[in-house]
Design a protein. Structure first.
Ligand SMILES: [Zn+2]
Length: 122
């Protein structure tokens, strides 16, 4: 199995409803996002998936989150825009976009350099 990853970032604000602590207050992060795609075989050019394709697809999803107040966006109006929920949202948006035979393995979101959350299915 081959795995490749692409990492991009976006800047956004959020606050965690119902959280007891300073994250309840409005604040911002530079969220780092890494998408990992997997493929069992390489194509004729020796690639599992072209990095430029993975980056372009990931960028299209995170551009909608960039410089936003996440709590106001539809995916985060009911659930908090925690790193976990953001990772699942990006995963579910990105997974159907990847060209076969590559498939999305995981999405990891860093809220700060030392803290991340990852979402994957199966
Ligand atoms: Zn936060």
């Amino acid at each position: 199995m081959f795995e490749i990853g692409a990492r991009l970032h976006f800047d956004a604000a959020h606050c965690l409803r119902g959280y007891q602590g300073k994250c309840e207050r409005l604040h911002g992060h530079r969220f780092e996002v890494e998408a990992v795609a997997a493929a069992a075989e390489l194509d004729a050019t020796g690639l599992a998936l072209d990095f430029t394709i993975l980056k372009r697809l990931l960028k299209a999803v995170i551009d909608e989150l960039d410089h936003a107040f996440l709590n106001e966006l539809p995916p985060f109006q009911q659930e908090n825009a925690s790193s976990e929920v953001i990772a699942r949202y990006i995963y579910q948006r990105l997974a159907p976009e990847l060209p076969a035979p590559a498939r999305l393995q995981s999405v990891t979101v860093w809220e700060s350099p030392g803290c991340w959350a990852r979402y994957s299915e199966g």
